[in-house]
Design a binder for this molecule. Structure first.
Ligand code: DGY
Length: 324
């Protein structure tokens, strides 16, 4: 079975695939042109996909040879899952192994914003240390404040646990379902979406993105948030309207924002949000640790190996393909 990996991944995953007797192709060049990519797709039975390439109806029609896709990500918003399922194409993903790393970034952003760390770091780098000023660009403390988690799954739970342990924060959340473990262990309280936005001092997004949730966090939501609120997004940039977010920040409707994902992504160099002292933007590095990336490589390889043996992918976005 021929496996095409579109970018180099940690060796552990490649070794697993080769030891399972699979024929693995990885291009030398990480930045393939569209034309080169199509050529590789044409010759693959299975794709191990790194990044946000779109897998939609057109793709599946153009490449009927592709029988399975193992994503090197937990998110699968770039795949038309319905279309893949209709064609019996399993789509593997990489949950759990990146929950700690991604929640670490949410926690890091929350602290960086609350103390304007990236703004001050930039000043130091610019040779502008500044004199002690009792009133200049003050931060805010997080002790005893309320963390609102939008989507309390694995990553949201890790974020909530850190906030509870570090700052004794109260946890409220909005989810499709109640998370009983979080309610028991973290005393987390389920609230409606409207209550979540009205009560959170820090609001952190941890939901799998669907197109119908585009711009969910927009002007009408920001205006209902607290004036001291910090908005954190480590999930997908599509969740927030970035212009509305900027307006909410400069008009003082909310206090700050920490983004590991932007809208659009990558962010434009001249986006005015980058100039604000109460904003920290990172380039989508949620899973960028050695541990998480090794775990992702392992899970993606496990998915492909299981598929090659005619078994169920153990980590899958569309388990319906196995329901007869
Ligand atoms: C994920 O795994 O979904 C990360 O956001 C990387 O795309």
């Amino acid at each position: 079975m021929k496996v095409f990996i579109n970018k180099k991944i940690p060796e552990t995953g490649i070794t697993m695939l080769k030891e399972a007797g699979l024929e693995v192709t990885i291009p030398e060049n990480n930045d393939l042109s569209e034309k080169e990519l199509l050529q590789y797709f044409k010759n693959a039975d299975v794709i191990l996909n790194v990044g946000q390439n779109k897998y939609d109806k057109d793709f599946f029609e153009q490449f009927p040879n592709v029988k399975a896709i193992a994503l090197f990500s937990v998110g699968f918003d770039h795949v038309d899952i319905k279309e893949a399922t209709k064609r019996n194409i399993p789509i593997g993903n990489t949950p759990d192994v990146l929950s700690r790393a991604t929640s670490d970034v949410a926690f890091l952003l929350m602290q960086s914003v609350s103390r304007r760390a990236s703004f001050y770091f930039q000043k130091v780098k610019d040779g502008n240390w500044g004199n002690f000023d009792p009133l200049y660009e003050l931060g805010q403390e997080l002790y005893g404040k309320t963390l609102g988690v939008f989507g309390l799954g694995r990553i949201g739970f890790e974020m909530a646990e850190k906030c509870k342990n570090a700052f004794g924060m109260n946890i409220i959340y909005h989810n499709r379902n109640h998370n009983e473990e979080a309610e028991k262990q973290l005393d987390a309280k389920y609230v409606s979406f409207d209550e979540l936005i009205a009560q959170s001092d820090v609001l952190s997004v941890h939901v799998n993105f669907k197109p119908e949730q585009s711009d969910l966090f927009n002007a009408s939501v920001f205006e209902k948030m607290k004036k001291n609120a910090i908005f954190i997004n480590t999930a997908r940039g599509g969740f927030h309207n970035q212009k509305d977010l900027y307006e909410a920040l400069i008009s003082g409707q909310i206090w700050g924002a920490g983004l590991d994902v932007t809208n659009p992504e990558p962010i434009e160099d001249n986006d005015p949000i980058l100039e604000l002292s109460n904003v920290c933007v990172l380039p989508h590095i949620g899973s960028a640790t050695v541990e998480a990336r090794n775990g992702m490589a392992r899970l993606a390889a496990e998915n492909i190996i299981a598929f090659s043996k005619g078994e169920k992918m153990p980590h899958i976005a569309n388990p319906e393909v196995y329901e007869v």
